[in-house]
Design a binder for this molecule. Structure first.
Ligand SMILES: [Zn+2]
Length: 85
């Protein structure tokens, strides 16, 4: 399947739940680069995003348990490969 994982309503729902969870748990920094996450403002490099723990391309699901909160910068540069901080 070549469909984008980010466009589905299932992903959007899971993403919203995951970000809500991360915020409620007090996740303030990106686990990769330790930048302070911004949950309110979109389209900034430290904007809180969700990353697939198991990449969609490798069979990962659009489920809240397979999403990790990280910054937009890391999410965009990572792709489906593991990334070192
Ligand atoms: Zn980061």
């Amino acid at each position: 399947m070549a469909t984008s994982p980010t466009g589905t309503s299932q992903y959007k729902k899971a993403r919203k739940r995951r970000l809500h969870q991360a915020r409620a748990q007090g996740t303030e920094r990106c686990p990769c680069c330790k930048v302070k996450l911004d949950y309110d403002v979109s389209l900034k490099s430290n904007n809180a995003e969700t990353d697939h723990v198991i990449a969609y391309a490798r069979g990962g699901q659009d489920h809240v348990d397979n999403l990790a909160a990280c910054c937009r910068g890391c999410n965009q540069s990572k792709g489906d490969r593991p990334r070192r901080p």
